[in-house]
Design a protein. Structure first.
Length: 122
């Protein structure tokens, strides 16, 4: 599987990752690290515990990582949660809506992780 095929399979933007990281070697390096980065699991755990400060920190970090990798759907969901839990911002989403976004993040992450594993296996 090529990087471009991986990106098609996970619904990411290879073009965006290429703009940010510039060369395939760096895209390859960082997409492989994505499943080892614990930020998604930490966000999901913070969501279960409804820890607003940790949810903000993890969502903000995830937003950046995903944006750099061209994983726009996950980046957008993380950005929405970061805004939701940014200190000083009024909550706009119900707990159920936050839970639905966390579920969607988890689904998208699991799919991406599975495809990245296939990519790593060659």
């Amino acid at each position: 599987m090529t990087l471009q095929e991986l990106y098609r399979n996970i619904g990411g933007s290879y073009e965006q990752a290429a703009r940010v990281l510039r060369i395939d070697k760096l895209i390859d390096k960082h997409i492989r690290k994505f499943t080892k980065n614990q930020v998604v699991e930490k966000l999901l755990d913070a969501g279960k515990r409804r820890d607003p400060a940790e949810m903000f920190d993890c969502a903000h970090a995830m937003k950046g990582v995903c944006a750099n990798l061209g994983l726009n759907e996950m980046s957008d969901l993380a950005a929405e949660l970061a805004d939701e839990y940014r200190e000083g911002n009024a909550r706009r989403l119900s707990d159920e809506e936050v839970g639905a976004r966390l579920e969607l993040i988890e689904q998208k992450y699991r799919k991406a992780a599975g495809e990245i594993l296939k990519y790593e296996e060659g």
